[in-house]
Write a protein that binds this ligand. Structure first.
Ligand SMILES: Nc1ncnc2c1ncn2[C@@H]1O[C@H](COP(=O)(O)OP(=O)(O)OP(=O)(O)O)[C@@H](O)[C@H]1O
Ligand SMILES: [Mg+2]
Length: 287
């Protein structure tokens, strides 16, 4: 049920070669993975400024297809800023400046000619602060499907239900679909925004602390969904929960003060980090 996105400046589907400034080519993530996955997003020398204030410095690493990559680091280190680069959120603000390249299947998504709406269908994002639209619960999830696909009412209902189930929200809202999304609790709004993003089946899903307002049961269900989504999508998740990163992420990137300190398989990062600052952070001595 994927969109045909083969036209336009982002339409090619060839896979790029890994750019490997850190000498980390082809880290194998999980046990028994003998060959690395292809690169889905190749982050090359990305910098970011809010006006004169730098927030990211020369970030380069690869995000592998059909894998989960976690971004970790202390508050204010630039995790959300980096995630926002991947779907061009800075375009909405005059004083926010991005440099470098981010190749999606080999094509630079930061190039001016890129159609940002097409890009955001391919790379969906769930923001740190949930932002449901002021409309019904059903319409929040259906809106992207109505815009992008021609579905019958039965098909639409099915896709909405499927997305709400995957977001671990269906049981709480199945009788309230016509109620305003704004009447939901913070944790429910967070899961609704997750459902809204997942419903359109993006190739890449960016999740900014998707479990920050959730109880352990909902968190476990979202983690199961993330694991399931790997078969069809590439996932990037920001989390402050290091156990969560170790549990669900194949790869982890550690950011500190806007710099990428270390990138590697989660297995390596959490058992034998290469950098002293990574060790200080994951052992709770920093941040
Ligand atoms: N709109 C903005 N204008 C100016 N500076 C900003 C803005 N948004 C973020 N920053 C700054 O950019 C830096 C990175 O912020 P960012 O939100 O990416 O951090 P983060 O790692 O996601 O933190 P947290 O874990 O608290 O969510 C911080 O120093 C922050 O103060
Ligand atoms: Mg953040």
């Amino acid at each position: 049920m994927r969109h045909d996105l083969k036209s336009g400046p982002l339409g090619k589907t060839g896979l790029s070669n890994a750019f490997d400034p850190n000498g980390l080519a082809a880290p194998t993530a999980r046990l028994g993975e003998s060959a690395p996955a292809p690169v889905k997003l190749d982050v090359r020398h990305v910098g970011f400024r809010f006006g004169d204030k730098p927030a990211l410095h020369d970030i380069s690493f690869s995000i592998y297809a059909n894998r989960v990559t976690a971004l970790i680091g202390p508050s204010g280190c630039g995790k959300s800023t980096l995630l926002r680069v991947f779907n061009r959120m800075a375009d909405l603000y005059e004083d926010q400046h991005v440099e470098g390249q981010v190749l999606l299947d080999g094509e630079d998504i930061l190039a001016p000619e890129v159609d940002v709406l097409t890009l955001r269908r391919r790379i969906g994002m769930v923001t740190q602060k949930p932002s449901p639209f002021p409309m019904s619960i059903y319409d929040n999830v259906a809106i992207g499907l109505r815009l992008n696909e021609e579905l019958t009412k039965v098909q639409l209902d099915q896709r909405v239900e499927d997305a709400l189930r995957r977001a671990a929200l269906w049981e709480e809202v199945s009788g309230l679909l016509d109620h305003s999304a704004l009447s939901l609790s913070g944790g429910q709004q967070q899961r609704l925004c997750l459902a809204r993003t997942m419903a359109v089946h993006p190739e890449v899903i960016l999740l900014d602390e998707p479990c920050s307002a959730l109880d352990p049961i909902s968190t476990a269900r979202i983690e199961e969904t993330i694991e399931e989504l790997k078969s069809v999508s590439t996932l990037v998740i920001v989390t402050h929960n290091l156990q969560q990163a170790a549990r669900i992420a194949d790869y982890t990137a550690f950011l500190y003060l806007g710099e990428l300190i270390e990138f590697g398989s989660s297995a390596q990062m959490f058992s034998a980090p290469r950098e002293a600052r990574t060790l200080a952070y994951i052992s709770g001595r920093m941040g």
